[in-house]
Design a protein around this ligand. Structure first.
Ligand code: HEC
Ligand code: HEC
Length: 359
């Protein structure tokens, strides 16, 4: 008996050590990122607060890295090239800082929702639900935008869409962004008014699926839920005599065309997200959605600007589709564990019974 207990204790000890001691650090300790000086870069969530902190961190690391390279002897790149890169990086750093400072001042204005309604109507020229590609991508439905996106982020977006979503590095002039034509067209007060209107607009709470459809589907398909970049795939039928489903073929062609335009705009086709929730940790997803640049510097995926509640909805949908059996597993787990406990006790009692004459 004693011997078995000892073996059990050893197994329990090492399992616990792996589970609590090693696994939680597998991501940030074993796949740590370092800046130029060998300091670990901790990628942290900022609770979906948009105030320029994540960009200050990202740009700070880039600048520090270039500063070190400029000083270093024998670097493979010529000093003049490095110095020019450093100057450009510092320029971006200060532009971002003053941009977010201005966003902060607009955020303090009191927005008038009634006045904002007219301004919001002008957005419908593009956000019209017609599924028409504009400059690379289909403008999303804004039905629940006020509930999905953070207030500060919306202010920043209306001021300069490319700067807000951290894809300014893709444009020589940020007015070239597909929504860039609104840049500079609204006064600070008008921006505050439109955002106040969006935040107040009485739309029902979005469902998890609506959140995903509005925030992500213009770029990402969700094959396991029959969702493409054009939205929900229509139900079609084969012709009984020919075995062909012409409607489905026509739809597939439209999707392929949309994807081609999107891939040109983004530089690559954004991946299908059906299984992403199993491939990536919660920490990765949260920090990546909050600002893709923290995990993939230079990536063309824009920051989406979700509020915390908006992110939770999107996350819920990714779980519903990518891991649909999780709720059932959660319910079954205590029963299965209970069964094993009872079974162990019975097995032990049985063993005692069988061996009692021999000991
Ligand atoms: C010229 C067309 C155009 C106009 C006008 C326009 N938008 Fe957009 N908007 C777009 C496009 C295109 C996108 C998608 C851009 C992308 O994903 O790269 C977009 C994206 C958005 C998003 C999602 C952004 C994100 O980062 O998640 C919101 C919210 C939004 N627009 C709100 C507005 C509001 C509010 C107005 C009016 C004040 C407006 N838009 C005016 C074209 C437009
Ligand atoms: C305007 C287009 C666009 C929108 C909107 C968008 N994404 Fe992306 N996303 C991309 C592109 C492009 C990539 C590929 C990035 C790369 O490889 O550089 C990507 C990659 C990703 C990845 C994969 C990261 C990895 O390599 O593991 C995830 C996860 C992701 N997006 C989630 C989302 C979610 C969730 C939303 C909605 C909240 C969203 N995206 C909205 C364009 C977009």
């Amino acid at each position: 008996m004693n011997k078995e207990l000892k073996i059990l204790a050893v197994v329990v000890f090492f399992t616990g050590l792996l589970y609590w001691g090693v696994e939680p650090y597998a991501h940030h300790a074993m796949h740590a990122k370092y800046d130029g000086q060998g300091n670990e870069i901790k990628i942290e969530s900022h609770g979906f607060v948009y105030d320029g902190t994540t960009e200050a961190n990202v740009n700070g690391v880039i600048v520090a890295d270039l500063e070190r390279k400029v000083m270093e002897e024998g670097s493979p790149e010529p000093k003049a090239v490095l110095a020019a890169k450093l100057a450009a990086a510092k320029d971006i750093q200060s532009k971002k800082a003053s941009f977010w400072k201005e966003v902060g001042t607009i955020a303090e204005l009191k927005g008038d929702a009634t006045a904002g309604e007219a301004g919001f109507a002008s957005c419908m020229g593009c956000h019209n639900g017609l599924n028409m590609n504009m400059g690379g991508v289909i403008p999303p439905n804004l039905d629940h935008a006020g509930a999905l996106y953070d207030k500060n982020y919306l202010i920043a977006l209306l001021k300069d869409p490319a700067m807000a979503s951290n894809v300014d590095h893709k444009y020589a002039d940020t007015s070239m962004h597909p929504m860039g034509s609104i840049k500079g067209t609204m006064s600070h007060q008008q921006i505050a008014d439109v955002v106040a209107f969006m935040k107040e607009k009485k739309a029902a709470e979005p469902t998890a699926k609506q959140a995903f459809m509005e925030a992500c589907v213009r770029c990402h398909a969700m094959r396991y839920d029959k969702v493409t970049q054009l939205g929900e795939a229509p139900k079609t039928k084969e012709n009984i005599k020919t075995g062909h489903d012409i409607e489905a073929m026509k739809y597939a062609q439209k999707v392929a065309e949309e994807q081609a335009t999107l891939a040109t705009y983004m530089g690559k086709l954004p991946p299908d997200l059906s299984m992403i929730i199993r491939a990536r940790s919660g920490h990765f997803m949260e920090t990546f959605i909050e600002d893709p640049q923290t995990q993939l510097p230079g990536t063309s995926m824009p920051r989406v600007g979700l509020s915390e509640e908006g992110y939770e909805k999107v996350h819920q949908y990714l779980m519903d589709i990518g891991d649909p059996s999780k709720p059932a597993r959660d319910i079954a787990a205590p029963w299965v564990l209970g069964f094993f406990v009872i079974f162990t006790i019975l097995a032990y009692l049985w063993k005692r019974h069988q061996w009692k004459d021999l000991h």
